[in-house]
Design a protein around this ligand. Structure first.
Ligand SMILES: [Zn+2]
Length: 282
């Protein structure tokens, strides 16, 4: 059997665990060579310049958490080391080193290089909404989609000195809005405003998630539920993934949420077709 390789390009330290961590753990356990690219250092944009020491300390903390999480998932980590951009309208977005200020061609070239070196059949990244419109997530979608189509073209990025290589499939992460709608219902019952959600009250829950009909691929990772939990728990500076659903017992969460949704971007699945695997013959 040919070696199977999966390359995931995600924005922040914790996206690999809180996001499609179960899927990454499952494929690693099944013998797939799993590579996880994290674009930013994960430092919340709000730390001001005057606290450079604090910033460096936080980068070190989050790097350690990330390395431990990726080791638990069973992947190989690649860090692009851009500066974390903030959420929409955050002043951190203006920082010259912020990921979203990076030269798109340069950033795309770095993904092309990884694709040509690692030769993955399957690439996965955030979708065009970034899940919740985080600019770093959207930047990952942009450069990874461009890199997916450029890697096999010898005329593009010839200076890398690597043979062109065309991966077979491109997937975007997708969170069904069915659960979001349920969460919004609960929030309204509790008198909370779903349009002002999150630590900074700047996330509009009503715009989050995709129509379940758009989800082409569902990966069942219930067998690796505890691996995802253990990896998520490494991100203690981010709450360790425990804030979501303290109300439900673990076994029920596993049954309800133990599948990751994806949209197959390339090649598109024929109308209405659905799949349960990244690596199959369709
Ligand atoms: Zn993120």
């Amino acid at each position: 059997m040919t070696k199977r390789t999966l390359l995931a390009v995600l924005a922040h330290p914790d996206d690999e665990s809180f996001g499609p961590g179960g899927t990454l753990a499952r494929y690693a356990a099944e013998g797939v060579d799993v590579h996880i690219v994290i674009a930013t250092d994960g430092v919340a944009g709000s730390v001001v310049e005057a606290y450079q020491d604090e910033l460096e300390r936080l980068v070190a903390v989050r790097t350690k958490e990330l390395e431990a999480a990726v080791a638990i998932l069973g992947g190989t980590l690649h860090k692009l080391c851009y500066r974390d951009s903030g959420y929409i309208n955050d002043p951190a977005n203006e920082h010259p080193d912020a990921f979203i200020q990076a030269d798109e061609q340069e950033a795309t070239g770095r993904i092309v290089q990884l694709i040509r070196e690692l030769q993955p059949q399957v690439i996965m990244t955030h979708d065009e909404t970034g899940g919740y419109f985080h600019p770093d997530h959207i930047m990952c979608w942009k450069i990874t989609t461009a890199a997916f189509h450029a890697a096999g073209d010898a005329a593009q990025f010839p200076d890398l000195g690597l043979e062109p290589y065309q991966p077979q499939r491109l997937y975007y992460t997708a969170f069904s809005n069915r659960w979001v709608k349920f969460a919004i219902f609960i929030m309204r019952l509790r008198g909370q405003d779903p349009t002002r959600w999150g630590r900074n009250q700047d996330i509009d829950m009503t715009r989050i998630g995709v129509d379940p009909n758009k989800i082409t691929t569902r990966i069942d990772y219930r067998k690796y539920w505890e691996v995802k939990r253990a990896a998520s728990a490494q991100h203690t500076s981010q709450g360790g993934g425990t804030s979501f659903n303290r109300l439900l017992p673990n076994w029920l969460q596993k049954q309800l949420f133990g599948r990751d949704g994806f949209m197959r971007a390339y090649p598109p699945l024929a109308n209405g077709r659905r799949e349960k695997e990244f690596f199959n013959d369709e």
